[in-house]
Design a binder for this molecule. Structure first.
Ligand code: NAD
Length: 437
């Protein structure tokens, strides 16, 4: 049993804290957001992550929530930094939350600590952390890089049953402590130098994004040659050298990690005078894939003299309420800019999406209608676009959907439906990389 502090109690921090408590540790979760901490102290989780609230209830005697950084740092020997590292408008990494957290730790650190960078941070950050702490604290401490690979929607499972655990560590005491902390998790441990650990995170996300952009380009060619990308993906994915994952053609990747980590790695490469051509193309293909989807919808609306689009799915993927860099938000924004009205529904992400459009402003709020259920959403629409593959959408009474729509055009941005079956119901159907209409 160890005492562990988590700084930053968002998707990663809260999952990490609750999971470590479940593994028998005493955990202090610290966040500067008072509202978040007050709610957590009442057992209320403001994010949607399957199983998290239930597990928190069962381990509540092992977890404390606080906004007091001094207490959080002094009480534990191991401090995990899990604050956000979003990207700025220009694609560079916004390290302000991370720097703020390190600055606070430096002010209050009172003895030996292992400071663990779990946030995704540029290569070389651990060296910077060491320098910053040394400016204020003359005692011993260790800095470790332990990037996180969990996925929202299956965060707890991913944390407790990961494919691997990466630990970048350069001293024996920290290595021993980190190995012990993770000893109850049965997964290969990649113990390496700190810079390699920092790079592994970026390289992993870049590779996965590359697979998505690759299959999307194959899909676009499939549409032209009359092939079915689902079968192509199955056919190549069974090759063990390729693997079946991340080969779902669609409207591209989004979320709080892939877009920013791709931009981040491009920045890192650029800062070191390396032109990462392949990764630039990955990002470009992803942008194009979303715009291409918008163009198809707009062309149909123009042809039909239609004005309303129904969008099902706002979260960047199913089983989360997270809409950060969600393809749905961008697609809706573009449709409104093209002069159309958009009706939207998502099982969990309505509130977060509302906040995004409030930030975007009046033009968007005036032209978007947040609906209470999918049937209300599709009523009188000329086009229905599926943008997030929630399993709930597969359970819809599609006959009823068709009858409610003004025109039954269905653009399936995630290849949720089987073209033959859905066309039989009378829809004009178009998936991604599959035979259309
Ligand atoms: P998040 O935005 O959900 O949570 C970050 C939390 O940090 C917020 O609650 C915020 O209030 C808090 N915070 C910010 N500054 C603080 C400070 N100075 N002191 C205390 N708390 C502070 O972020 P997230 O999605 O959990 O991501 C965290 C990190 O993990 C990022 O670097 C991200 O790239 C990485 N990551 C995220 C995922 C994911 O799926 N979300 C997966 C792997 C890695």
């Amino acid at each position: 049993m160890r005492k562990i502090t988590i700084i930053g109690t968002g998707y990663v921090g809260l999952t990490t804290g609750v999971a470590f408590a479940f593994l028998g540790n005493k955990v202090i979760c610290m966040d500067k957001d008072e509202e978040k901490i007050n709610n957590l102290n009442k057992g209320i989780i403001l994010i949607y992550e399957p199983g998290l609230e239930e597990l928190l209830t069962s381990v509540k005697n092992n977890v404390e929530f606080t906004t007091d950084i001094e207490y959080a740092v002094n009480e534990s020997e191991v401090i995990f930094i899990c604050v956000g590292t979003p990207s700025r408008e220009d694609g560079s990494i916004d390290m302000s939350y991370f720097k703020e957290a390190i600055g606070e730790i430096a002010k209050v650190i009172n003895g030996y600590k292992v400071i663990v960078n779990k946030s995704t941070v540029p290569v070389g950050t651990a060296d910077w952390v060491k320098e910053e702490i040394k400016k204020c604290f003359k005692g011993e401490f260790s800095v470790v890089s332990n990037p996180e690979f969990l996925r929202e929607g299956s965060a707890l499972k991913d944390f407790l049953e990961p494919d691997r655990i990466v630990i970048g560590v350069e001293d024996e005491i920290a290595k021993k402590i980190m190995s012990e902390i993770y000893s109850k998790i049965n997964a290969p441990k990649v113990i390496t130098d700190i810079r390699s650990a920092e790079m592994i995170k970026y390289a992993a996300n870049a590779f996965l994004a590359m697979k998505i952009s690759f299959i999307n380009e194959i899909a676009n060619i499939c549409e032209r040659i009359g092939a079915d990308v689902k079968k192509v993906a199955e056919g190549i994915g069974l090759d063990k050298r390729i693997g079946p994952y991340f080969l779902n053609a669609g409207v591209g990747y989004g979320g709080s990690c892939f877009p920013k980590d791709i931009d981040g790695l491009l920045m890192i490469a650029n800062d070191h005078n390396y032109d990462f051509k392949l990764l630039k193309a990955v990002a470009e293909v992803n942008e194009y894939q979303q715009e291409r989807f918008v163009r198809k919808i707009v062309d149909t609306l123009r042809r039909e003299n239609g004005n309303t689009v129904a969008i099902l799915g706002l979260a960047f993927k199913p089983n989360t309420d997270d809409v950060r860099k969600s393809p749905a938000i961008r697609i809706i924004k573009r449709l409104i800019e093209e002069g159309y009205k958009v009706k939207v529904y998502d099982p969990k992400a309505m509130n977060n999406a509302k906040k995004e459009f409030e930030i975007l402003g009046k033009l968007y709020l005036d032209n978007i209608c947040f609906c209470d259920d999918p049937y209300e959403t599709v009523k009188d629409a000329y086009v229905l676009a599926i943008v997030t593959e929630w399993s709930d959408f597969l359970k819809l009474d599609m006959k009823r959907v068709k009858n409610l729509m003004y025109k039954p055009y269905l653009f399936d941005g995630r290849n949720t439906f089987e073209p033959k079956e859905i066309k039989r119901l009378g829809f004009y159907y178009e998936g991604i990389g599959r035979k259309s209409f």
